[in-house]
Design a protein around this ligand. Sequence first.
Ligand code: G3P
Length: 218
Amino acid sequence: MKFFIDTANIDQIKEANDLGVLDGVTTNPSLMAKEGISGEDNIKAHYVKICNIVDGDVSAEVIATDFEGMVREGEILAALHPNIVVKVPVTKDGIKAIKYFSSKGIKTNCTLVFSPGQALLAAKAGATYVSPFIGRLDDIASDGVELIYQIVDLYSTYGYETQVLAASIRHTQHIIQCAEAGADVSTCPLDAILGLLKHPLTDLGLEKFLSDYRKLNP
Ligand code: G3P
């Protein structure tokens, strides 16, 4: 499973990248706003900055909601760097735009996916990635991880090449559950990735190894 980080924060992207296990980055307009990035030129410069840190796909979301606008914006974003993936919402115009981008060889990430039917349309349109939002489903007492199982199963039945990118991951256990469900990618907050390292027996074991060493090597 590939690990993406779900943030537009440069320090966090650098920290995750320094671990050596980062495969890409996802952003969205809310995450960009959280970092105070505004204005077309600043937004574009920020995406390029991210692409220059991480050697992997970087999702950049369109703001337009109509087909022509999405195509116009997506082509500008895709031209910024070869690793840019144009992120498009799963609407009627969004699916048309994904089909268009896929015919032009532009990578896409179909976002705001909450059902197997939406994921099916994304795959048929040729999306590179589909982003089911598992945390937001959990928030409304639905089962986000179950959606990952359903989409993975559906894509395997029909041999779709669209990669399942589990999004809206809120904690470490979500990452494990998505890996078990067969997600191709998990996009996670930094804390959730670092949580994978934590185990009290690791800390205790290391402490013991070091104290035993120090006994004979004062
Ligand atoms: O990048 C999209 C997604 O991961 C958003 O997550 O936590 O806002 O539901 P969240």
